[in-house]
Design a protein around this ligand. Sequence first.
Ligand code: FES
Length: 145
Amino acid sequence: MALYSEKVMDHFTNPRNVGKIEDADGIGEVGNAQCGDIMKIYIKVKDDIITDVKFNTFGCASAIASSSMATEMIKGQPISKALELSNKAVVEALDGLPPVKVHCSVLAEEAVKAAVKDYYDKNGIFYEPELLAPKGCVDCHGEHH
Ligand code: FES
């Protein structure tokens, strides 16, 4: 059985929205202490809509595929929708990840939230902290890692 779904392989070998937005409205950078992987997501926001998004991920195949998929899922969406994006939704959209790799998708959820937080902070927009709290890893029962 193949370890990775076709979608994971597709998004790893041909990631969407790779790069950097020079005049980004929000930048989220997160890292996984265990594996040392780093993910950076840039967003452009207009009228509460994420009009553009790009990412740079220095990480494993699953982290790259997860960030690629996450950027596709939030592009053109209202911020409120982007904040609803869970790592579980990313994993499902990728047709699954091997259990030991699910944590890589958590990075994508965290990076999106960190980018929105940066946007809110820069613009003095008030937000409920829970809104930006990661929903937690689906395979570790809410325990964050
Ligand atoms: Fe580190 Fe995948 S092993 S994010």
